[in-house]
Design a protein. Structure first.
Length: 501
């Protein structure tokens, strides 16, 4: 899920949401087994990397907003009782998925409600554009809350700024009136939108596979297979270096992309309970031996000169372009990269994604353990004038036709469990599906980028991992610094805290 100016998505969601050892079951805040989150769901998409902007002042009391639109007549074709003459406003994040898929869905809404005016706009400045409107009590009816300026979900939920989407989920699906919307979604999508208890605050429209992306053609030219252990990784990088190719690059200006492969590696090495402890802000969670081993492994890439020179100064587009041009073998990213970099990826690139390389055979989880989750978070503000209209637009988007339109246009799958019939999967999409199949139950889903955006992006990402990979911190120093940030967040009573149950 990428943007074109500041940062590609994220995450998620994960990142961003859009992960456990020993046994393969663990629970999210709502009790869903993490493995179940993806179970048998071969879907990928885009995730929105959470934002640097921290919606710190999102007022919980509005000021002088317009009156709510009156309810319309509830019918079989209008199950949410949308007012067919009320304006519906939809603000989309203008990123790697573009805006055509949303514009197409808006046309369907306008066809169904010809008297209703739809105000549609797309921007990369989600927070700076919309936070003042939240504070004034006049937010739009539907928002794609993504990109570098994504508003902090934890803050929005904690300050009661979002409408509960349960009415949408319990409404008849667009294609089959005998099936609820919730019954048409991929496993785990509903649960990812929950924070505490039953309400669903977010509809993740896309599905993202995170991992290490590469050109199969480039690996073949080195007569190399994708490395499963770190010794193999270093050997492949050395072989590439001798041919003038860097082993790795990444979004140096936005180093919170590094966790797309680093977090699932930590889960593979130490078990999902290590990721859960990190999510839960537990004391000393970052001091676990698995974290130390993985940080030291990544630092070795820097020390041995396997990272593309100048990477710390590159943004996501620049690093992806250098990688697509064959200057580096591997890049940590999400499945939106195929669409976002389509204009620079060569036709014979043979794009592929893999789960992260582990340390060795002592890892808790097998090779193939990967991070995948729902992404592209859509929200309906609680104080929106036409909440029913916002939810109805989502109901349209979750139809088979709109889902298929999205997948065919942006090379990503949606939360709708289907909609791929007759569509030829692109190389990256096909590889992502294969990676999910290989992972089986070993799919992890760290929640830091959903729960604590500022901690994840500014502190862990930029001040911790970014400094370490630029050689300005040792792994031990980075771990100490990051643990300090996590402890500060845990003690901050102004922040709503979440835990895996």
């Amino acid at each position: 899920m990428g943007s074109t100016s500041d940062e590609s998505r994220t995450p998620d969601r994960i990142t961003p949401d859009r992960i456990t050892p020993g046994t393969t079951t663990r629970t999210t805040t709502t009790g869903l087994g993490r493995r179940d989150l993806i179970k048998r769901s071969a879907a990928l998409g885009l995730i929105s990397v959470p934002t640097m902007g921290f919606l710190s002042a999102c007022a919980s009391s509005g000021g002088g907003g317009e009156d709510k639109a009156k309810a319309g007549k509830k019918t079989e074709k209008n199950p949410l009782a949308v007012n067919d003459t009320a304006q519906m406003e939809f603000v989309l994040f203008d990123g790697g998925f573009g805006k055509e898929y949303a514009e197409d869905a808006v046309k369907i809404y306008e066809t169904n409600f010809p008297k209703a005016k739809v105000k549609f706009s797309a921007t990369q400045k989600i927070q700076s554009t919309l936070q003042p409107r939240f504070n004034q009590g006049t937010p739009p009816d539907l928002i794609d809350n993504s990109g570098a300026e994504q508003m902090d979900m934890g803050v929005l939920v904690g300050k009661s700024q979002l409408a509960d989407l349960t009415p949408l989920l319990d409404a008849p699906s667009y294609d089959d009136p005998n099936k609820k919307v919730r019954d048409t979604l991929r496993p785990g999508i509903v649960e990812m939108g929950q924070f505490d208890g039953d309400p669903v605050w977010i509809m993740y429209y896309a599905y993202t596979v995170y991992g290490v992306w590469y050109s199969q053609k480039a690996l073949d030219s080195l007569d190399a297979a994708y490395p499963q252990t770190w010794d193999e990784m270093l050997a492949v990088c050395e072989k590439a270096k001798k041919k003038g190719i860097a082993g790795w690059t990444y979004a140096g200006k936005y180093p919170y992309y590094l966790p797309f492969s680093l977090y699932p590696m930590i889960g593979k090495v130490g078990g999902v309970e290590v990721l859960d402890a990190i999510d839960n802000l537990e004391p000393n969670a970052w001091k676990h031996p698995a974290v130390k081993a993985c940080f030291e492994a990544y630092y070795e890439l820097y020390k041995k000169g396997y990272v593309l020179k100048g990477t710390p100064g590159l943004d996501h587009i620049q690093s992806q372009t250098a990688w697509a041009k064959g200057k580096a073998l591997f890049i940590p990213n999400g499945s939106w990269v195929e669409n976002e970099s389509a204009n620079v990826i060569p036709a014979d690139f043979d794009l592929a994604v893999s789960a992260p390389t582990g340390i060795d055979s002592s890892d808790k989880l097998p090779f193939g353990t990967i991070w995948a989750s729902g992404g592209e978070p859509f929200i309906v503000p609680a104080k929106a004038r036409n909440t029913a209209g916002g939810m109805e637009q989502l109901r349209v988007m979750l139809s088979e036709a709109s889902s298929k339109n999205f997948t065919s246009k942006v090379k990503s799958l949606t939360a709708f469990n289907g909609g791929t019939e007759g569509i030829t999967l692109t190389p990256g999409l096909k590889s992502g599906v294969a990676a999910l199949e290989k992972a089986g139950q070993n799919v992890v889903n760290p929640r830091l980028q959903d729960w604590y955006v500022q901690l994840q992006k500014e502190k862990i990402g930029v001040s911790g991992l970014g400094e370490m990979m630029a050689g300005r911190l040792t792994p031990a120093e980075a771990i100490k610094k990051i643990q300090g940030y996590a402890d500060e967040t845990a003690k901050d009573t102004s922040i709503k805290h979440y835990k895996h149950q």
